[in-house]
Structure formats: C-alpha cells, structure tokens
Design a protein around this ligand. Structure first.
Ligand SMILES: [Zn+2]
Length: 125
C-alpha cells in the first residue's frame, strides 16, 4: 500500500482528532475503545512493523507514552495500563501501518484481571 492510500498516514494532518503528538508519533482515541481512554499511538512515518523502528523513533514513542500516561492519569485516574502491538496478521494486525494500543485499566473492569495480555490466548486453554 502506498503512503497516499494509507488512512493512518493521512490522519496525521487532521489536527481535530489528534490527542497528543511529537515529531515522530501522534495519538488519537480509538473509535471502538475497549476501555475508557483507549487510544492509539501511530507512527508519522509509513512503517508497518514495530521491529522496523529506529532508535530515535523508539525514544519518541516512549516520550509520547509517558505524556499520554500523564494525561490519562489526570483525566481518568486509571489504576493500570496495557500497552500492546498487534505485530503481524497472525497477531491480529488489520492495517498495514504501525499502531500501538494504549489502554487504561480500572479496578473491576474485568472480573479477574490476572494475566493481563495473556488472556488474549486464554481460549486455547
Ligand atoms: Zn501509513
């Protein structure tokens, strides 16, 4: 897919939906949130894999994650977070542009949160 055809490459210039940004990443609220404050951190460069990020991009990503945490802590006071990447189609990636899910967690939002992201594969038993 070309950059000009990529939704997430185009969204970076839509200031009305950007929650926070820095030079290499921007964040928006997920349109189909799994929890209050669920947002997406998106690379400004058209890159698909987390493993193709440069050292500078990793640093930028981490800075934005810390800023988002500050914002979420102030706005929604979550008690925890899940931060994750669907790396590869078998892991659930549905768009060919790197997205990092940033999901605030709250006491009681699931009956038993033990295991966190491990629960993704729980059905395997
Ligand atoms: Zn893109």
């Amino acid at each position: 897919m070309k950059e000009s055809e990529c939704l997430f490459c185009r969204l970076k210039s839509d200031k009305t939906i950007i929650l926070k940004q820095n030079s290499l990443f921007y964040s928006i609220y997920d349109i189909n949130p799994t929890n209050l404050g669920h947002c997406l951190i998106i690379a400004k460069r058209h890159v698909i894999s987390f493993f193709d990020l440069s050292g500078e991009e990793i640093n930028n990503l981490y800075e934005l994650i810390k800023e988002l945490k500050k914002t979420m802590d102030q706005q929604f006071s979550p008690q925890g977070y899940n931060i994750g990447v669907n790396e590869g189609k078998v892991a659930g990636r549905t768009v060919d542009h790197l997205i990092i899910h940033f999901i605030p967690r709250y006491n009681g939002d699931v009956i038993n949160p033990a295991g966190g992201m491990r629960n993704i594969l729980k059905y395997k038993g």
